[in-house]
Design a protein around this ligand. Structure first.
Ligand SMILES: [Zn+2]
Length: 436
């Protein structure tokens, strides 16, 4: 017999590998935080100290969220039903200017990380401020995060060197495998061409990912055309930013000419359906992106604009919305849709060799989803059930690097009662601030 740490027994395993293989009645075997085998139930040479019964469960890769702002937890529901510019300029940015501190960001991130893990998100691509506070909270919760400091030039100054901070934190946290750092010029309307050029050069020099908001609203594109005489993708291409690995959040207003440029570059689009719907920003042209072979993944954006971190629910909305938009029920079949939150998302973040699918040698980041619920039985196609019927509350157990972070729908590393109390405390403080 061979010794493993953990066997997840008797599951339907949705691998999301290149063949999109689904294994019925199989065991997932985990050793040293990695997947060491996927074998028919009980018919193998592995034994482990711990075995988890996963009969009637679907086991799938942990969900990867490619656009978030974890520390915005306390702004959920604060200023809904408003246009993006008013929401940002009248509520979010003034409050952030008055309230943000390391402890505010740490506490809000801890809360958001708890919500993400319970929603089956095992890795997120996060952009905010105070990277060390975000990193410390994610490590405590057990959530993987690629973390970036949003560069807003008016706040940081024109001399700001974003790469210095990223390299410093990469060094400081090099022994912490859950976190890594990237560059985040916030958007083309908050950074000058010089700053974007500096980010592009640093990204190429140090092989860093660039995480940036792009073409979220029609007004952003119109302003770019008026001020620079070209659309945002052409502007960024001329600056040299598209030579770096990029994740573009939103990408709602991108035309065919821009897609022809994007399809030749190492870039991905993070589709933020719920945020775009709620802020009426528009609907991303998913079909055109896919026709151009551009890598797509999903992002939740923040809970201030979404208003939750339920990526599985977001996937369901996205898949159905784009069938309707394209007048084609066959568009984006469930198994293809699932790529947007697994392997395609891993590719967007440059970690597809380690994550995004359940394959031997990859990180043991996975979900155990209980299918024994009236809303999800019977099951003919596990992928269809995941996209159209199962809800995230059926995610029973979550593992990151082979360690259990959600057990029987409860967080392992965080105290949920304490998180709820903290939320109430901050809401009281924010209400007081707003009434001043
Ligand atoms: Zn955003």
């Amino acid at each position: 017999m061979k010794q493993a740490d953990l066997i997840i027994s008797g599951a339907t395993i949705l691998s999301m590998d290149a063949e999109l293989a689904v294994h019925q009645d199989h065991d997932l075997i985990v050793t040293d935080g990695k997947i060491s085998a996927i074998e028919p139930q009980g018919k193998h040479i592995w034994q482990a100290q711990e075995t988890l019964d996963a009969q009637h469960c679907i086991v799938m890769p942990g969900l990867i969220n490619t656009h978030s702002h974890l520390p915005m937890s306390w702004f959920r529901g604060l200023a809904d039903d408003l246009p993006l510019d008013i929401w940002l300029n009248h509520y979010i940015w003034p409050l952030e200017a008055r309230l943000l501190s390391k402890s505010f960001i740490y506490d809000a991130t801890l809360f958001g990380a708890g919500e993400m893990l319970k929603s089956g998100i095992t890795m997120t691509n996060d952009m905010y401020f105070e990277m060390s506070a975000i990193a410390d909270a994610c490590i405590k919760a057990g959530l993987r995060a690629l973390i970036s400091e949003a560069v807003i030039e008016a706040k940081m100054g024109a001399d700001y060197r974003p790469s210095l901070l990223v390299l410093k934190y990469k060094d400081l946290y090099q022994d912490q495998p859950l976190v890594d750092f990237s560059l985040a010029p916030h958007a083309i309307y908050t950074c000058s061409g010089d700053m974007l050029r500096r980010c592009a050069q640093a990204a190429k020099e140090h092989d860093l990912l660039i995480h940036i908001h792009l073409s979220e609203t029609a007004a952003e594109v119109e302003n770019c055309l008026r001020e620079r005489g070209k659309r945002p993708v052409h502007y960024l291409n001329d600056i040299g930013l598209l030579e770096a690995r990029c994740v573009f959040a939103h990408g709602v207003h991108i035309d065919a000419g821009e897609m022809e440029v994007l399809q030749q570059k190492p870039v991905s689009i993070s589709i933020c359906t719920d945020s775009n719907l709620k802020l009426a920003s528009g609907l991303a042209p998913i079909k055109a992106y896919l026709d151009h072979g551009i890598n797509l993944s999903l992002g939740t954006d923040s809970v201030a604009s979404n208003n939750d971190l339920d990526l599985l629910g977001e996937l369901s909305t996205t898949a159905k919305l784009h069938k309707a938009l394209n007048n084609d029920p066959a568009f984006l079949p469930a198994i293809e849709a699932l790529k947007l939150v697994t392997i395609n998302a891993a590719r967007a973040l440059g970690v597809e060799d380690r994550r995004g699918s359940l394959e031997i040698g990859k990180d043991a980041d996975f979900l155990v989803i209980d299918t024994q619920s009236l809303n999800s039985m019977p099951i003919y196609e596990p992928a269809s059930q995941l996209v159209y019927a199962i809800n995230s509350r059926q995610i029973r157990d979550v593992f990151v690097a082979g360690k259990q972070v959600v057990k029987e729908q409860r967080l392992v590393n965080l105290d949920e009662a304490e998180l709820l109390q903290t939320a109430t405390r901050y809401a009281t403080m924010i209400k007081e601030e707003l009434s001043k």
